[in-house]
Design a protein around this ligand. Structure first.
Ligand SMILES: C[S@@+](CC[C@H](N)C(=O)[O-])C[C@H]1O[C@@H](n2cnc3c(N)ncnc32)[C@H](O)[C@@H]1O
Length: 221
């Protein structure tokens, strides 16, 4: 059986998608517990996980293979870059970002995923009316992300989707088992002027590439 890992040989070329099928994307999908369960429940939709840790990408692939899930794939690449250059315009019906690294130290805030730059690329990839679902255990980062969306008139805050325990991600399961609070929010993409994205300052050769083309070892998941 072919595996579910997308191998990017040229990170400047947009990825190919079947535009006749809806698409849902999870950023930092980890081992894929959430996305693979959604893929199983929704065979008429395609699912893309974006995850930069190789071992987690392999575990995602193993879950798809064991569960005979044909409509989910995973890409080992940096999320901002992927949204900016590789996804089709206004095609994703949902984007999920669950428990992104909060980078709590001030000197590391520039590593955080959510920024006006990410919102530009996110809006461009969501269909109009498409939604982003977000959850975090980190209260301060939750406030920062809410402010970021509130400052962007292309998004409207909406009720987050219900997430019963069966679809909790690995981190959500862990945090809730420790009695930690989880903060959730969701936004919808609105009709707006569709300006082209400015080029990013990250050159393709600076992307983490190690292992992108490496195949998982036999029996490895
Ligand atoms: C705290 S973990 C949460 C994993 C999963 N969402 C969950 O809730 O179980 C954050 C994940 O996002 C991945 N990640 C962080 N920044 C990323 C980025 N810029 N691009 C792609 N993946 C990223 C990390 O490798 C890690 O697996």
């Amino acid at each position: 059986m072919t595996d579910h890992i997308i191998r990017v040989t040229d990170p400047t070329k947009p990825l190919a998608f079947d535009l006749s099928r809806p698409l849902e994307v999870e950023v930092g999908c980890g081992k894929g517990k959430f996305l693979t369960s959604r893929a199983k429940e929704n065979p008429d939709c395609d699912f893309l996980g974006i995850e930069r840790m190789l071992e987690r990408v392999r575990l995602f692939d193993g879950k798809c293979r064991r569960g005979n899930i044909d409509n989910a794939r995973v890409l080992r690449l940096e999320a901002l870059y992927t949204f900016h250059y590789l996804l089709p315009a206004h095609h994703a019906r949902r984007v999920y970002v669950f428990f992104p690294d909060p980078w709590p130290k001030k000197k590391h805030h520039s590593h955080r995923l959510f920024s006006p730059l990410f919102l530009d690329a996110l809006w461009k990839r969501l269909e109009i009316g498409g939604r982003i679902e977000f959850a975090t255990d980190h209260e301060e980062y939750f406030g920062v992300v809410k402010e970021c969306f509130a400052a962007d008139s292309r998004f409207r805050e909406v009720e987050p989707m219900p997430r019963p325990p069966e679809v909790w991600t690995e981190f959500e399961t862990l945090f809730r088992s420790q009695g930690m609070a989880v903060h959730s929010a969701a936004w919808q993409a609105l009709e707006a002027d569709d300006a082209p994205l400015e080029p990013l300052k990250i050159p393709p050769e600076a992307l983490p590439r190690e292992g992108i083309e490496r195949r998982p070892k036999k029996n490895e998941d």
